[in-house]
Design a protein around this ligand. Structure first.
Ligand code: NAD
Length: 459
């Protein structure tokens, strides 16, 4: 796509936004309803595309992508009227008599950039929030998911006004051109490396950014955890989408007393879920590209393999793999894995846990705590900095739209889902409405003798 076309799309969106059309409740609802219908119509095509790009099973495609988005639309439609209502809040003594309200106004023209791993979810979840909040959207999907991008492009171009929702195909050059335009907000999901490129470009125009990034998310399994359940849930969260999930458990810290039992259970669980030859399993995905395949395969230290370790470069297959007795200097501990390799480290007291987590460069996007003790759960929540997570589960917090989803520090800026998404794409406009039937002279000059009263009010 040429620069001129990109400039023209952004200009047209700005004009359309300024016309006020997108702000009306009715317009937002019509678009969301239409998107719901479009989703139903394209569900099978999306499933096929997800299979083609990522080898996703129909269950995972519905659970984490198409079903997830349809549910988000349904919830948004149910709640939108209430979210849009100005919220009354307290008015201090200084501003009496008066009332105070927060109004939600759309940010304007938004750029959404999606990654490859959940191409449908991570394009449409922010898009739904943006539309619900009365904005326009320019969407750029990942060049690594060509099949999904083609269906998404059709879904949008056949059904929506590009002045409201525009799809931009392309790779890094197009994204670079896009980032040179003046947007009112950029919502980026992807790696911390590209996140900093996006933020630097946004800074030139003082454009606010939301960054949904990644990191090494730990799973801590204490000796008092329900081990069978912990193994089941970690296995599920780690190996879904072949480990290409931003909130997948990146590594496990297991208490030494239960380490061997944990490793044995995990090996058995992987066989139960994906069979003796996971390459034949219809439920296990593939790595997105040859580059990522080589990067992840190089993390497998065969001497430490408990289960898995098989790879096939022709099909980008990497078996669900568990590595034992890992240390911080293992290759699998040097960067976010983003694949089906699970390094396991052990600890005997929480200081060891804190040392591992704090020596890694980022505040993780997620953290999972497996323990039956409330005190242990609270101790770990209080002492580890991370975006969000679960107790005795993993990844499922992302599916609860009442919880804000996002990172902290290097794992992200800002959060969304449900009302949090609506708020992310809105500006909270503060309005104090003062009464006119009375006018206290306190704030007007001359100030002589008034400071005493002011001190009393502000004490
Ligand atoms: P990525 O950062 O490589 O790419 C993301 C997007 O940025 C793509 O659309 C890509 O085309 C674009 N891009 C790539 N290089 C660019 C450049 N130089 N300039 C401008 N744009 C560029 O990420 P990815 O490999 O697609 O996804 C994996 C990463 O995303 C992981 O780090 C993962 O943790 C993270 N992620 C985070 C979340 C979250 O919700 N926090 C969700 C999914 C993935």
């Amino acid at each position: 796509m040429q620069e001129q076309q990109i400039v023209s799309i952004v200009n047209q969106q700005r004009e359309f936004f300024n016309s006020g059309v997108t702000r009306a409740y009715q317009y937002r609802v019509e678009c969301l309803n239409k998107l719901k219908v479009v989703f139903k119509r394209y569900e099978q095509e999306l499933n096929a595309a997800l299979k083609q790009d990522l080898g996703k099973s129909e269950f995972e495609a519905f659970f984490a992508e198409t079903g997830f988005c349809q549910h988000e639309i349904t919830e948004t439609l149910k709640k939108l009227k209430g979210w849009m209502k100005p919220k009354r809040t307290w008015t201090g003594l200084l501003s009496q008599p008066g009332t105070s309200r927060i109004y939600y106004s759309p940010l304007g023209v938004n750029l959404i950039i999606a990654p490859y791993n959940y191409p449908v979810n991570l394009s449409f979840s922010p898009l739904i929030a943006a539309i619900a909040a009365g904005n326009t959207v320019v969407l750029k999907t990942s060049e690594m998911t060509p099949a999904c991008s083609t269906v998404i492009q059709k879904m949008l171009e056949e059904n929506f006004d590009p002045r409201h929702i525009a799809y931009i195909p392309g790779e890094i050059p197009e994204t670079t051109l896009l980032l040179q335009q003046k947007f009112d907000h950029i919502f980026f999901t992807g790696s911390p490396r590209v996140g900093s490129i996006v933020m630097a470009a946004a800074a030139k125009n003082l454009t606010p950014v939301t960054l949904e990034l990644g990191g090494k998310s730990p799973c801590i399994v204490h000796h008092d955890a329900n081990l069978d359940l912990a193994v089941k849930r970690i296995c599920n969260g780690k190996f879904m989408n072949a480990g290409q999930t931003c909130i997948a458990p990146d590594y496990v810290l297991v208490h030494r007393d239960v380490k061997e039992a944990f490793l044995q259970n995990m090996a058995q669980r992987i066989r139960d879920c994906y069979g003796d030859d996971p390459e034949q399993s219809p439920d296990f995905g593939r790595i997105i590209s040859a580059n990522h395949f080589s990067r992840i395969a190089a993390m497998i230290n065969l001497e430490k393999v408990v289960v898995g370790g098989q790879t096939n470069a022709e099909t980008n297959f990497i078996a669900p793999t568990v590595l034992r007795d890992c240390q911080l200097d293992d290759k699998a501990m040097q960067e976010e894995i983003f694949g089906p390799v699970l390094p396991v480290l052990d600890y005997s007291d929480f200081d060891e846990v804190y040392q591992v987590v704090s020596k890694l460069p980022q505040h993780p996007l997620a953290c999972y705590i497996y323990s039956s003790s409330d005190a242990v759960q609270q101790e770990l929540i209080a002492n580890i900095q991370f975006g969000g997570g679960c107790i005795n589960n993993c990844i499922m917090h992302v599916g609860n739209s009442y919880l804000p989803f996002g990172g902290v520090g290097e794992s992200g800026i800002g959060s969304y889902h449900g009302i949090h998404g609506f708020e992310r794409f809105s500006h909270k406009k503060s309005i104090l409405k003062s009464a006119t039937w009375i006018d206290f002279p306190l704030m007007y000059a001359p100030y002589k003798d008034k400071i005493k009263f002011l001190r009393w009010i502000l004490k």
